[in-house]
Design a binder for this molecule. Structure first.
Ligand SMILES: NC(=O)c1ccc[n+]([C@@H]2O[C@H](COP(=O)([O-])OP(=O)(O)OC[C@H]3O[C@@H](n4cnc5c(N)ncnc54)[C@H](OP(=O)(O)O)[C@@H]3O)[C@@H](O)[C@H]2O)c1
Length: 441
């Protein structure tokens, strides 16, 4: 029976999960492929930790280089994470003729554009399904199942930590800081949660999805990114009263004319979605991705976006895809980014000031006559019309929160209006603006 020999870098959470599947599901994998996938070797800095697995027959070592250059390995799985030395190991594995599978979104978002050509030149594959949406096969759907479509939009809840925090804040009326502490105690949030709660992790994933959707190059640094740390329980409640739920969404849309994409809009921010939408039902640490195409219309993918078992499931699916063409090459597979490398284009990122959005505005103002009139008059100057305005109960400080929903305007216009509103004497703290998306199903 044909055999594909796997070398694993990193036996942490996901690496252990991948080893578990390759050992425990060996028979199932062989029956599905008619070929054998064998874990030949694994490297980790700490080999003393009990991982609850029988590694008999697997060469364990603490030197990842020994795996990357070994003659008896056909495919390297990179699960150490981070930029370096992951990038060096992946480049070296490709240089020595080995396919690569990784779950490392940071690596693909930052260095994917150097690695894809290396793989293409050698007729090798890079699999990274687990890097976006954990166990959800959303990139396989985009690359294969939806390949006949020009993609109109991508919307995703791509970070389980943020979704867990927002869900708990809503269910318990709790404030952000308390729920973050609880999420840290439960292991859902890191000791330094910045990467998750400020939207950076979502931006990395969105940049990969957008490039795959529109045939563009990955431009992670250009994604407009705002996190969830300024959201209060009162915002969640006010949004709910107006028929919306707040989710941290990654949003990507193409812009251009006559079917030609000239610019890509990419933004990550807390977003109001209708309470009746599918996206609003995605709670706790679950992820979901909505991809819409010109022929298929709306499609939606839902599941666990992280964790040992779901993420390892996606890693092993990539290994199995590569195995199905092995040893004859990968001509049966769609290219890693869904477009042949030579047809992928540099496309500018649309400036955020040009983005068209509807807005939620929260202001804290002094309770005195004429303040609301002054605020709405500035909005009218900027041709921003209101869909709703709620004045909440007066605080002990004699300040009153006002919440407004606006119709569509550009981000640039809204920012200009907000800076004038914030300069009014009666406005007591910086306004919070959130964006609303009606196209989420
Ligand atoms: N955890 C998730 O739910 C999840 C979900 C989707 C994607 N991912 C991605 O999957 C990758 C792995 O994540 P993880 O959660 O499994 O991380 P992890 O638990 O920290 O595992 C990484 C392992 O690699 C080892 N390692 C680091 N540098 C090494 C080196 N130079 N040589 C040998 N071993 C080395 C680490 O050892 P030390 O502990 O000694 O550093 C650790 O055991 C990351 O790219 C992550 O973004 C994770």
């Amino acid at each position: 029976m044909v055999e594909l020999r796997v070398g694993l870098l990193g036996l942490g959470t996901i690496g252990t999960g991948v080893a578990r599947i390759l050992i425990e599901q060996k028979e199932l994998i062989s029956r599905r492929l008619g070929k054998r996938v064998t874990l030949v070797a694994a490297a980790d800095r700490d080999l003393t930790r009990d991982r609850g697995l029988d590694f008999t027959g697997v060469r364990l070592c603490d030197d990842a280089n020994a795996i990357v250059t070994a003659d008896d390995i056909d495919l390297v799985v990179e699960l150490i994470g981070g930029y370096e030395p992951a990038r060096t190991f992946v480049a070296a594995a490709l240089a020595s003729g080995k396919h690569v599978v990784t779950a490392n979104k940071a690596l693909i978002a930052k260095h994917g554009e150097e690695l894809f050509p290396l793989a293409a030149e050698k007729g090798l594959q890079i699999g990274f399904e687990a890097a976006v949406g954990g166990g959800i096969p959303c990139m396989k759907a985009l690359r294969e199942g939806l390949a006949a479509n020009a993609i109109d939009s991508v919307y995703g809840i791509l970070n389980g930590t943020c979704n867990f925090i927002l869900t708990k804040m809503e269910n318990e009326g709790a404030n952000y800081a308390d729920v973050l502490k609880e999420a840290q105690a439960l292991g859902y949030a890191e000791a330094d949660p910045t990467f998750d709660v400020e939207g950076i992790d979502t931006a990395q994933k969105l940049s990969i999805l957008a490039a795959m959707a529109f045939g563009s190059k990955i431009r992670f640094e250009e994604v407009f990114t705002e996190g969830i740390s300024r959201i209060t329980a009162a915002d969640i409640q006010a949004a709910h009263e107006m028929g919306y739920r707040i989710k941290l969404l990654g949003i990507a849309k193409p812009h251009g004319a006559n079917g030609q994409v000239d610019a890509v809009e990419m933004r990550v921010h807390p977003t109001l979605v209708s309470l009746s939408s599918q996206m609003a039902q995605v709670s706790d640490s679950y992820n979901a991705v909505q991809i819409s195409g010109d022929f298929v219309e709306h499609t939606m993918y839902f599941g666990r976006g992280a964790g040992e078992r779901p993420t390892a499931s996606a890693v092993v699916a990539d290994i199995m895809d590569i195995t199905s063409g092995f040893p004859g090459g990968i001509t049966h597979l769609a290219p890693p980014m869904g477009f042949v490398e030579s047809s992928r284009r540099e496309m500018p990122t649309m400036p955020m000031a040009d983005a068209l959005c509807e807005y939620y505005i929260r202001l804290m103002v002094q309770d005195q006559p004429g303040v609301i009139a002054a605020v709405t008059s500035i909005l009218a100057d900027h041709r921003i019309s209101l869909e709703a305005l709620i004045q909440k109960e007066r605080h002990a400080s004699h300040n009153v929160p006002i919440v407004m929903l606006t119709h569509e305007t550009t981000e640039g216009n809204m920012q200009a209006a907000i800076s004038r509103i914030t300069a009014l004497d009666a406005v007591q703290e910086d306004a919070l603006i959130l964006r609303k998306e009606s196209a989420v199903v």
